[in-house]
Design a binder for this molecule. Structure first.
Ligand code: 5AD
Ligand code: SF4
Length: 452
């Protein structure tokens, strides 16, 4: 008999992408064959996000659409944060769904699917604070960079955020296990690793902190680029910043969620830093890594945000000068502390939309101005994939700029020295500079030389 087939569709953050790789790996080890279309698959899994209502509505719509791809006997399952949040009510909302499994339940997936294939309808949403899927061999889709989860869950309690309730308490993988996985991905031909965690720089396996982890990953032969996402501003200790500056493979880019530029709003968000504290964090990072590029997340229309608060967000965004920002309208999540804020404090949707538009214009305007000044400069680019449109290939500089390259003599996975020749304002086109060896990160005294 041919092997049963499984199709997984992924929504949300990189942690979900990584979880889908783990699920695919586990199911392959249990006799399933991965397919890249839902058409006629024996199992269809949707790995979901619960961060904003919009994300959930999209998934609900998609679940309806996917129904058309089911054949007799197909099992439809929902995994991830929305599965965790809604639990059994999802089975009621979508009658064609027979399995609901949260982020800590993937170990039991083969048995759960077996049950579902024989007609059971099940919910598996218990938390397991020991679970790191350590013995799973992920099936990776990216051939160039590897997502490496180093921490699961979150112990911050930002008042808008659902994640602590969908992913449970913070726990870190053991450093040795992380290093072993990094060694494996290098053997598999990858040279960039992205360390993942909800507040990744608070990593603590009981013996080692994030600074030690960065140094340990930097000692793995063959690792050429190290990134991490997402950090919390309060967890940038001097030791972490020193490790970032001294480990040559750590790239000159940090995604540093700001959320708001107003101390009053930050306090109501329970972000545990002020405008000045955030600014200070940026100053410490930039003092240690002068060429650092920053990106951020910002929420507009949080309950109680006044015009004056919003102006403070705009001015901080302008002052810091982000390469890019992910901007969101506040979305009230059931069960979060924001639910207890006074109804009259909620910001009208039209007001929030207008603020969002203004914020996006400021982010784009600033990035465009800075990017135009970069035309003609040279950068090391790692070629990552085919661009979505046209013939071009798409790569990234160490500091996270996106560069489109003509494909002649250039292959995915290669490093090239590239001169930036054009910009849309946010992304670049570039030309490979032949004859010049790609810029290597310089070894720093006290740190191991980068392995090539
Ligand atoms: N509403 C809007 N945006 C949110 N985020 C998290 N929760 C919410 C919410 N309830 C944003 C934050 C976070 C990013 C991943 O999503 O900016 O950093
Ligand atoms: Fe979505 Fe957050 Fe869950 Fe990731 S952790 S899937 S962004 S809710």
């Amino acid at each position: 008999m041919s092997r049963p087939t499984v199709y997984i569709e992924t929504y949300g953050c990189q942690m979900n992408v990584s979880d889908s790789e783990l699920m695919y790996g586990s199911l392959a080890a249990h006799g399933y064959e991965a397919v890249d279309t839902p058409d006629g698959a024996d199992v269809i899994l949707v790995n979901t996000c619960a961060i904003r209502d919009h994300a959930e509505q999209r998934v609900l719509g998609r679940l309806g659409e996917l129904r058309r791809h089911m054949k007799k006997g197909t099992v439809m399952g929902v995994a991830g944060c929305m599965a965790q949040r809604l639990g059994p009510t999802l089975l009621e909302k979508a009658r064609h769904v027979s399995l609901v499994v949260g982020p800590d339940g993937y170990r039991a997936l083969p048995q759960l699917l077996e049950g579902a294939r024989s007609g059971e309808r099940t919910t598996a949403t218990s938390f397991d604070l020991e679970e790191h899927y350590e013995d799973f061999a992920p099936r990776r889709f990216d051939k160039v960079k590897a997502w490496i989860p180093v921490q699961r869950g979150c112990d911050y309690r930002c008042t808008y955020c659902i994640v602590p309730y969908t992913r449970g308490a913070e726990r870190s993988r053991r450093l040795d296990d992380v290093v072993r996985e990094v060694e494996q991905v290098v053997r598999d031909g990858m040279s960039e690793v992205v360390l993942l965690g909800q507040t990744v720089n608070s990593y603590d396996d009981g013996t080692h902190d994030f600074a030690t982890l960065l140094r340990a990953v930097g000692r793995v032969d063959g690792v050429r680029r190290i990134r991490f996402t997402s950090p919390h501003p309060n967890d940038f200790s001097d030791a972490v910043i020193a490790a970032m500056a001294e480990v040559p493979q750590v790239c000159e880019h940090v995604h540093l969620p700001m959320q708001s530029g107003s101390s009053r709003v930050l306090k109501r968000m329970l972000r545990r830093y002020t405008r000045e504290g955030y600014r200070d964090c940026v100053a410490r990072l930039r003092a240690a890594i002068p060429s650092l590029n920053l990106t951020t997340d910002v929420i507009v229309g949080f309950p109680g945000e006044t015009d004056a608060d919003f102006e403070e967000t705009l001015s901080l965004v302008q002052e810091i000068g982000y390469e890019d920002a992910y901007t969101f309208k506040f979305s009230l999540r059931e069960g979060t502390p924001a639910e207890r804020m006074r109804p009259e404090e909620f910001v009208a949707d039209e007001v929030a939309s207008e603020r969002l538009d203004r914020l996006i214009a400021v982010v784009r305007g600033g990035a465009r101005e800075r990017n135009l000044r970069l035309l003609g400069t040279r950068h090391e680019v790692l070629v990552e994939k085919a661009a979505r449109r046209g013939e071009m290939l798409q790569g990234r500089t160490r500091d996270f700029k996106t560069v489109m390259l003509p494909p002649d003599g250039v292959a995915i996975g290669e490093y090239h020295t590239v001169e930036l020749t054009g910009t849309t304002g946010s992304t670049f086109t570039g030309a490979v500079v032949r004859d010049v060896p790609a810029r290597r990160p310089l070894p720093v005294a006290g740190a191991p030389a980068p392995a090539r």
